[in-house]
Design a protein around this ligand. Structure first.
Ligand SMILES: CC(=O)SCCNC(=O)CCNC(=O)[C@H](O)C(C)(C)COP(=O)(O)OP(=O)(O)OC[C@H]1O[C@@H](n2cnc3c(N)ncnc32)[C@H](O)[C@@H]1OP(=O)(O)O
Ligand SMILES: O=CC(=O)O
Ligand SMILES: [Mg+2]
Length: 522
C-alpha cells in the first residue's frame, strides 16, 4: 500500500493496493494528464452551462429543438460505417466493471455485447474503479479468471460478447487523483486508462475501443467527447475513427439534440441507446420547479407513457435516418428465485417490453441478468432476422416538442411514497458499501433508478399538486414519519444512508446527482 505522486502535475492520493500500479503506470497517468490539461476546462464550462439552462427551466422555460442547428437536422449526412463486431447488437447485457465474476459471466452470457459499467451500476469506490480497470484489462487479453468461495473457477468461453465500456459521466470527479490539488474528471480518468492499456490488445483480437457515453445533456458535450477521441487517437498514434461510441439518450435535453449528438460524433458514433431510467430522472429534475410538471408513482411511468414512447420512437427515427443503431433500454425485472409464478410474470414483463422495442425498430436491447438473455434473444431473433433493422427508416414517426414533454397521467399513492423510501435508503446503503447494482423487491436497482425515487419525493413535498390519490397532501413531516416507519421494518444499519437520504429529500437545494454528496462519503 502506498501513494503515487507527480506525473505532469497529477498526484494519486488513493491507496495503492496490490496490482494497482499495473494500471497507474507513469505512461498511463501521463496520458490521462494530457487529456485533463487539454479538456478539463471545457468540461467545467459545460457543467456551468448545465446550471444556466437549469436556471431558465426554473423560470418556467421549456426546451425545444435548437434553431441554430436546424441545418444539421435538415442536412444529408450519415455516420461512418460501424465495425463488424458492432453490426449485430440484438442483446446487450450490462453489469458493474468492478465485479470480476460478473464480468466473466456477462462475457459468457450469450449476449452479443457486454457493457462493462463504471457508471450507474458501479459504486465509484477507488477499489471498484481500479479493480474495474484490472478486470477490463484481463477481459480484453482473455486471461480473466475468478475462483469463488466454494472453489468454482470462472474463465472465458471460446465465444464471448463484444466489450463496451461506460466511463463515468461528465459530472463526476475522481477524488483520488488530483491535478494541482483538485480532483480530476472521472470520465477522462476512466476513458484514458482503459484506452491507454487496451488499445493494442483490442486490435490484436480484432475488436476496438468501444464506449457507451452516459448522461449527456447537449451536442456540445458530445463535441467534447469527440475532441477527446481525436486527440487521444492522435497522441497514441491510432487511426482516427478507431474509437466507437454509443451515446445514451438519457436526459430530456439530449432528446432534443439526438441528430446533433450523432453529427458531432459522426466519425466515432456507433448508435444511440434509450437510457430510460436516467431519462425519467432527468425529466423530474429539470422541471422540478415547474408547477405543471409532476409525475405519478414511479411504477406508473413506463415505456408506454406517451412521453417515453415519443422519445423511444424519436431515437429510432433519428438513428436509422443517419445509419446508426438504436438500442433499447433496461427492463428492471430480474429472475425471481423460489416463486415460479412471480418469475414467469417478470419474464413476461421483459418479453413484452422487448417485443415492443423490436417491433418499433430498435436494433437491440439491454438486459440486467444472464437469465434474461434467452428471453430477449428469442424476441429479437423472431422479429429481426437481419443483423439489425437500420434499414427500417421509420419516416412515419413525427415527434414534436410537446410530445417529448407531455406530462404523464397517473396517481401518487402512499405505497408509491413508501416504495421510494424503501428503495432509496436500501440502495444508498449498498452503494455506500461499494455495491452499485442491487436486487430489491425483484427489480434491478442502480444509481439511475434510485435517483428517480429520491427526486420524486423531493418534488412531491414541494409541489402544489403533490397530493395523494386520496387527497392527502404530501408534507415533509409525513414523509419523515414514513421514513421512520419504513426503517423500523427493515433489518440493517441505515444510519449513514438514512442521513444522506433525508438530506437529498428534505434539503431546499436539489442535489444534481445523489452520487455528488454520496461520493463525499465513500
Ligand atoms: C439504468 C441502468 O443503467 S441499467 C445498467 C446498469 N445496471 C446494471 O448493469 C445491473 C446489472 N445487474 C446486476 O448487477 C445484477 O443482476 C443484480 C445486482 C441486479 C442481481 O445480481 P445477483 O443478486 O448476483 O443475481 P443472482 O443471484 O440471480 O445471480 C445469479 C448469477 O448470475 C450472475 N449475474 C447476475 N447479473 C449479472 C450480470 N448483469 N452480468 C453478469 N452476471 C450476472 C451472478 O454473478 C450469478 O452468477 P453465479 O451463479 O456464477 O454465482
Ligand atoms: O443507463 C441507463 C438508464 O436507463 O439510465
Ligand atoms: Mg443511466
Amino acid at each position: 500500500m502506498g501513494h503515487r505522486a507527480g506525473v505532469q502535475g497529477l498526484t494519486v492520493v488513493g491507496p495503492l493496493d496490490e496490482g494497482f500500479d499495473e494500471v497507474l503506470t507513469d505512461e498511463a497517468l501521463q496520458f490521462v494528464a494530457l487529456l485533463v490539461h487539454e479538456f478539463g476546462g471545457r468540461r467545467e464550462a459545460l457543467l456551468a452551462r448545465r446550471q444556466e439552462r437549469q436556471a431558465a427551466f426554473d423560470r418556467g422555460e421549456k426546451p425545444d429543438f435548437l434553431p441554430e442547428t436546424a441545418g444539421i437536422r435538415a442536412g444529408d449526412w450519415k455516420i461512418a460505417p460501424v465495425p463488424k463486431d458492432l453490426q449485430d447488437r440484438r442483446v446487450e447485457i450490462t453489469g458493474p466493471a468492478g465485479d470480476r465474476k460478473m464480468v466473466i459471466n456477462a462475457l459468457n452470457s450469450g449476449a452479443r455485447v457486454f457493457m462493462a459499467d463504471l457508471e450507474d451500476a458501479n459504486s465509484p469506490t477507488w477499489e471498484n474503479s481500479i479493480r474495474g480497470q484490472l478486470n477490463l484489462r484481463d477481459a480484453v487479453s482473455r486471461t480473466i479468471s475468478f475462483v469463488n468461495e466454494s472453489g468454482k473457477r470462472y474463465a472465458l468461453k471460446e465465444q464471448t460478447a463484444t466489450l463496451l465500456v461506460r466511463p463515468r459521466g461528465w459530472h463526476m470527479v475522481e477524488k483520488h487523483v488530483l491535478l494541482d490539488g483538485r480532483p480530476i474528471s472521472a470520465s477522462l480518468f476512466d476513458f484514458g486508462l482503459y484506452l491507454f492499456h487496451n488499445r493494442a490488445e483490442l486490435a490484436r483480437h480484432g475488436t476496438g475501443p468501444y464506449f457507451y457515453l452516459p448522461k449527456l445533456e447537449s451536442h456540445l458535450e458530445a463535441r467534447l467527447w469527440n475532441d477527446v477521441f481525436v486527440r487521444a487517437q492522435e497522441a497514441l498514434g491510432m487511426e482516427q475513427g478507431t474509437i466507437k461510441a454509443t451515446v445514451l439518450i438519457e436526459t430530456i435535453l439530449a432528446a432534443f439534440e439526438t441528430e446533433e449528438i450523432l453529427y458531432e460524433l459522426r466519425d466515432h458514433a456507433a448508435g444511440l441507446n434509450c437510457g430510460r431510467w436516467d431519462y425519467i430522472f432527468s425529466y423530474v429534475k429539470k422541471f422540478r420547479n415547474q408547477p405543471d410538471v409532476i409525475l405519478p408513482d414511479r411504477a406508473q411511468v413506463t415505456m408506454t407513457s406517451p412521453f417515453m414512447r415519443a422519445y423511444s420512437l424519436w431515437t429510432i427515427h433519428t438513428c436509422h435516418k443517419r445509419g446508426a443503431h438504436a438500442i433499447g433500454g433496461m427492463a428492471a425485472q430480474i429472475p425471481v428465485k423460489g416463486d415460479a409464478a412471480a418469475n414467469e410474470a417478470a419474464f413476461a414483463n421483459v418479453r413484452g417490453d422487448k417485443e415492443r422495442e423490436a417491433r418499433d425498430g430498435h436494433d437491440g436491447t439491454w438486459v440486467a441478468h444472464p437469465g434474461l438473455v434467452p428471453v430477449a434473444l428469442a424476441v429479437f431473433n423472431e422479429a429481426m432476422p437481419t443483423a439489425n433493422q437500420v434499414h427500417r427508416l421509420r419516416e412515419d414517426v413525427q415527434v414534436t416538442a410537446a410530445d417529448l414533454l407531455e406530462v404523464p397521467s397517473g396517481t401518487i399513492t402512499e405505497e408509491g411514497v413508501r416504495t421510494n423510501i424503501r428503495v432509496g435508503v436500501q440502495y444508498l446503503t449498498a452503494w455506500l458499501q461499494g455495491s452499485g447494482a442491487v436486487p430489491l423487491y425483484h427489480l434491478m436497482e442502480d444509481a439511475a433508478t434510485a435517483e428517480i425515487s429520491r427526486a420524486q419525493l423531493w418534488q412531491w413535498i414541494r409541489h402544489p399538486q403533490g397530493v395523494l390519490d386520496d387527497g392527502r397532501p404530501i408534507t415533509a413531516e409525513w414523509v419523515e414519519q414514513l421514513i421512520g416507519e419504513e426503517l423500523a421494518e427493515l433489518d440493517g444499519d441505515f444510519e449513514v444512508a438514512g442521513t444522506l437520504f433525508r438530506e437529498l429529500v428534505f434539503q431546499e437545494q436539489f442535489e444534481e446527482f445523489l452520487t455528488g454528496p454520496g461520493y463525499a462519503k465513500l
